[in-house]
Design a protein around this ligand. Structure first.
Ligand SMILES: Nc1ncnc2c1ncn2[C@@H]1O[C@H](COP(=O)(O)OP(=O)(O)OP(=O)(O)O)[C@@H](O)[C@H]1O
Ligand SMILES: [Mg+2]
Length: 273
């Protein structure tokens, strides 16, 4: 098993999570020695079942743990050579890292354009208007919706949440389950646009998903998390062709999903421990 860091130059790593532990309320340990590398310009996906710790990982990156009384108690997180573990959320956005949260969190009683302008709150340049047009070029249907964002469909709200992230002109975007609640057709459309944005804008992405099928097709490299630990990682091809991933994450098997932790066939090289 190889790791993303070993296949590319270290200076190309945009975000590096190094052996972190996260604890809520001083006692509940959720992450146990998680390490993830996100190379520049790539889409990296973090997969795993409910409660694995995926959102917690994203919150530890984007400075949102504090609001939930959580803390990175061990390890470190580096974004563009700057330590960001336990940094506040606004400073992380200013550094160029934007998170699209689970459940979208758009402002329902504002219009689409007002929501987009909100995404640009850290900027004071004169190109905000043209960036709104850039967002509409990726999501043309948003341009037609002139009412309040609360009346948008689930898919349109997801598009608006991604568009709002683009308005910050981020170097990197973290997306928490963009497929949640969307029909298969819309999931396909949203993932297609995510790939297009990555390709055309060169924005590095960390994509958290339960929908392994779509996420692995969009991503260059993936990590699988269970019970607060990374249990497997590999390139898209390695993971798509891995028998265990096929059985447990890509469907096909009728059995109840087993855990990677119990699989003899899987031996992770403990590079950080
Ligand atoms: N604020 C919190 N306080 C205490 N425990 C929490 C808190 N947030 C999450 N947890 C616990 O941490 C574990 C991981 O939660 P997390 O939301 O990170 O999982 P997830 O992988 O994102 O799951 P899902 O796929 O359901 O979104 C769960 O057991 C959850 O109960
Ligand atoms: Mg989650």
């Amino acid at each position: 098993m190889s790791n993303a860091a070993e296949q590319i130059q270290p200076e190309e790593i945009v975000l590096s999570i190094n052996n972190i532990e996260v604890v809520y309320d001083d006692v509940i340990q959720v992450l146990r020695g998680v390490s993830i590398d996100v190379p520049k310009g790539k889409i990296i996906t973090l997969l795993g079942p409910n409660g694995a710790g995926k959102s917690t990982t994203l919150k530890s990156i984007s400075g949102l743990l504090k609001t939930e009384n959580g803390e990175v108690t061990k390890g470190d997180i580096t974004f563009l050579d700057q330590r960001i573990d336990n940094t506040n959320a606004a400073d992380i956005v200013s550094a160029g890292l934007f998170q699209v949260m689970e459940g979208r969190r758009i402002i329902e009683d504002m219009t689409v354009v007002e929501n987009l302008r909100l995404g640009a709150y850290t900027r004071n340049d004169s190109e905000i208007g043209s960036d709104i047009e850039m967002v509409f070029s990726y999501f043309p249907r948003l341009k037609e919706r002139t009412g309040l964002a609360g009346y948008l469909s689930g898919g349109e709200q997801q598009m608006l949440a991604i568009g709002r992230a683009l308005m910050a002109r981020p170097k990197m975007i973290c997306l928490d389950e963009p497929s949640m609640g969307l029909s298969p057709l819309l999931v396909k459309e949203v993932f297609g646009i995510i790939e297009k944005i990555n390709r055309e804008q060169g924005i590095t992405m960390l994509l958290v998903e339960q929908n392994a099928n779509y996420a692995l097709k969009a991503a260059h490299y993936g990590y699988i998390m269970e019970s607060g630990k990374i249990v497997l990682d590999g390139t898209r091809e390695q993971l798509l062709n891995n028998e265990d991933v096929k059985e447990f994450y890509l469907g096909g098997g009728n059995e109840e999903r087993k855990s990677f932790k119990n699989l003899k066939s899987y031996k992770r090289r403990k590079r950080w421990l």
